[in-house]
Structures are given as structure tokens and as C-alpha cells.
Design a protein around this ligand. Structure first.
Ligand code: ADP
Length: 380
């Protein structure tokens, strides 16, 4: 329905006639105030608004409309005795479409503008509806992932515990082949566990609920234990470590462990023809510890390197050759960002990659060290 707001009854009459001749439904108001009351109650697809009216003028009415949720996207055609500056009519109303017609109104021009605006409004409504539907679908999917991964986690934890019991009893009495199958099952269960944990993390990031338990911790033992874990499930791999990492880091050690595991698992997964991974650590001048993990694997093409930390992104033909969901690096990026660190990749297709991240080292540990040196120098 179209709303005409004009204080002149004759104008209203003639405009209404033209519009009704084209089978358009019309409502009318004889002042700005009355028009606003109507707009509050009903939804209009177009408003034809007289500029010069006693009381509220057309521009004031338009400004008021822009604050109404129901009408802020509704196009407006101003009616004016003189031609008006476009800059002036957009003042205070910049969300919807705007135009003006000078009086006396030419019915053909009026209909041309009315039809264009009605089409525009209709398209905008369709777009809005699609957007709402998409948003709802996305929210549903996030909620589903969150619930499903929660529900999967509980039985999986029991399975892991039973597997450990089974392993213990087989180690004493069991046959070697069965023990071997059991170990392989455990590796797969561990993968499933990481997948479910990643899915849970994704839904937490989406809801802004990824929490960190930050404290000071020593980095070196953490790195050593991660390498041990990775080495256990990847026999025959050579993981070399270089550099000094005997520092205190302030952060969530479990989350930083997660980043290390993810980088290392990827370095192995995406290197089908190499069994070598190198880790170098460096203390930067800006009090950051940088960890670089180098592999000699498939590498990543230059133009794809910028996308690699995005959610669900998998480079090249990765999806055909390797299992995965494309969420690990996205979670790593979020974790490092939340530690005020940096992350990235340097890579060459077919030659290998260096994935790196940095985390701030604890200031006062360095101060304390210098303090101790100064103290011992004074004492001696
Ligand atoms: P996933 O491994 O499940 O696909 P990630 O988020 O960990 O998810 O990685 C995203 C993508 O980045 C991978 O699909 C792969 O294309 C690429 N990638 C990650 N690590 C490496 C690596 N070390 N070498 C080559 N490509 C990698």
C-alpha cells in the first residue's frame, strides 16, 4: 500500500486517482503528524510526501520515519513546488530510497518513479527475508554442532577409559596382534576426540564463549611433552628442535599446547613423502617467543596462503587427498589472537611450509633475572 501525505485535499484526490487507475492501493494523511501515526501502525511500500505543509514539514517527517524500524527502508517521493537540491532531501534520511517530483505533478513521471520504487522495495523485502532465513539456518547449525559434539563427547570419554583398561589387561596376558589392533583403535579414537573438541571450540568461538585460563608457565617442558605425544603416534618421524625456549609465557598452557599439536599434526599430515619436521624457537626483541614449525611437505600456493587460517578453508586439492574439516588453523588463529600474538605461514608449493606463531613472554621473569644478576654483583 502507498501512503500519500499532503495537506491539500485536491492534491491528494488527483494523486490517488492516478495511482488507483494503475490498480495500486492507497492510504492518505492530511498532515505530517497524521502520516506518522499511520506509519507506526501499518507497513507501506512507498510514501509520497508533500514538502511544504503547516506543522511538520516533509523533511521533518522523513527524519522521524528514519527512526522507525517498520518504515526505515520505505522509499519516499517528495512533492515540491520548486526543484530541490538532492543533498537537501537526503539530509536525515539515508537508509531508504529517495526522489522528488515538482508540482504540478506529471502523471507519467509519477508512475515511472512509483513503479521503480515499488520494485526496489519488493526486492529489498525479498533480500531481507532471505537474510533472516539464512541467519536462522546458521544459528540452527551452530546450535546443532554444539549439542551434537557435546553428546558425542560423553560416550567417547567412556570408550577411551575402557580402551585403557583393556590395554592394561592385555599388556600382561594378551596376544601381540590384538594389542596392536587395540593401539591402532586408540589412535583413531584420539583423532575422533580432537575432531569433536574442535567442533566444540568452533561453536564456542561463534558464541564468543571460548574461555582462557591464563597464568605464567614454562614453555620448554610444554614443548617437550607435545613432541613426546606426537612422536608416540608417529613412529619413524624425526622431530628436531633448535633454539632457546627456556622462558616463562603468560597464557593458557592447554590452548597453546593445542596450537603446537595442530601445527605439528598438520606438518606430518601434509608431508606424505617426508619424515622430517624442524622446530625452531626464537626470543624476539619485542619480548615475544616465536615458534616456527617447518615441514618438507606439499606446501601451499602463494595465492592461497592468505586464506589458510579461515574457517573451513582447505587449500588446492587437499580435500581429495587428506582427511579433515579445515577448522584447526582457524581455532589456532583465534587462540593466538587472544594471546596478543602473531601467526602466519611461509610456504612454497611442492617444497614445504613454515607455520609460525608468537606469544608474549613474561616481562617480570626477565626483570627478575636481571635483578638477581645485579644483586649478586653487588653482594660479591
Ligand atoms: P584440516 O587439516 O582439517 O584441513 P586445518 O585448518 O588444520 O584443517 O588446515 C587448513 C588447510 O591448510 C588444510 O586443509 C591444508 O590445505 C592447509 N595446510 C595446513 N597445514 C599445512 C601444511 N603443513 N602443509 C600444507 N598445507 C597445510
Amino acid at each position: 500500500m502507498i501512503l500519500i501525505i499532503d495537506d491539500n485535499a485536491e492534491n491528494i484526490f488527483s494523486l490517488k486517482k492516478v495511482l488507483e487507475l494503475h490498480n495500486l492501493e492507497v492510504d492518505t494523511a492530511s498532515s505530517g503528524e497524521e502520516g506518522l501515526k499511520k506509519i507506526l501502525k501499518a507497513t507501506y511500500s512507498l510514501i509520497i510526501l508533500d514538502v511544504q505543509m503547516p506543522g511538520m514539514d516533509g523533511f521533518e517527517v522523513a527524519e522521524a520515519i528514519s527512526g522507525y524500524n517498520r518504515a526505515k527502508d520505505t522509499p519516499i517521493i517528495f512533492l515540491s513546488a520548486v526543484s530541490i537540491d538532492k543533498k537537501f532531501i537526503t539530509k536525515g534520511y539515508n537508509t531508504g530510497a529517495l526522489d522528488y517530483i515538482t508540482k504540478p505533478v506529471d502523471p507519467d513521471i509519477l508512475m515511472l518513479k512509483v513503479k521503480t520504487f515499488l520494485q526496489l522495495y519488493e526486492q529489498k523485502c525479498i533480500l531481507n527475508a532471505m537474510q533472516t532465513a539464512l541467519r536462522e539456518e546458521l544459528e540452527f547449525k551452530n546450535e546443532f554442532i554444539s549439542i551434537a559434539s557435546h553428546e558425542l563427547k560423553t560416550p567417547l570419554t567412556s570408550i577411551k577409559a575402557y580402551m585403557q583398561l583393556l590395554q592394561r589387561s592385555l599388556e600382561n596376558s594378551g596376544d601381540k596382534m590384538v594389542l596392536n589392533y587395540l593401539q591402532r583403535t586408540q589412535v583413531q579414537i584420539e583423532k575422533l576426540h580432537h575432531l569433536i573438541a574442535d567442533l566444540l571450540d568452533i561453536s564456542k568461538i561463534e558464541k564468543g564463549e571460548l574461555r582462557f585460563n591464563k597464568k605464567d608457565f614454562s614453555f620448554e617442558p610444554l614443548l617437550k611433552s607435545v613432541i613426546e605425544i606426537i612422536q608416540q603416534t608417529n613412529e619413524g618421524y624425526k622431530i628436531e628442535v633448535k633454539g632457546d625456549c627456556n622462558v616463562q609465557v603468560y597464557g593458557d598452557n592447554e590452548r597453546i599446547e593445542q596450537v603446537l599439536i595442530n601445527y605439528l599434526t598438520n606438518a606430518i599430515k601434509y608431508s606424505p613423502d617426508s619424515k622430517q619436521v624442524e622446530i625452531t624457537t626464537e626470543l624476539l626483541d619485542n619480548n615475544e617467543l616465536q615458534v616456527n614449525i617447518r615441514d618438507y611437505g606439499i606446501g601451499i600456493a602463494k595465492e592461497q596462503q592468505g586464506n589458510i587460517f579461515q574457517k573451513f578453508y582447505r587449500a588446492g586439492d587437499t580435500a581429495n587427498r587428506f582427511q579433515g574439516l579445515g577448522i584447526g588453523l582457524y581455532i589456532c588463529a583465534e587462540i593466538i589472537k587472544r594471546h596478543n600474538g602473531r601467526y602466519g605461514v611461509i610456504s612454497e608449493l611442492g617444497k614445504g611450509s613454515v607455520f609460525y606463531f608468537s606469544v608474549p613472554v613474561v616481562h617480570h621473569s626477565i626483570h627478575r633475572r636481571t635483578e638477581n644478576i645485579v644483586k649478586s654483583e653487588i653482594n660479591s
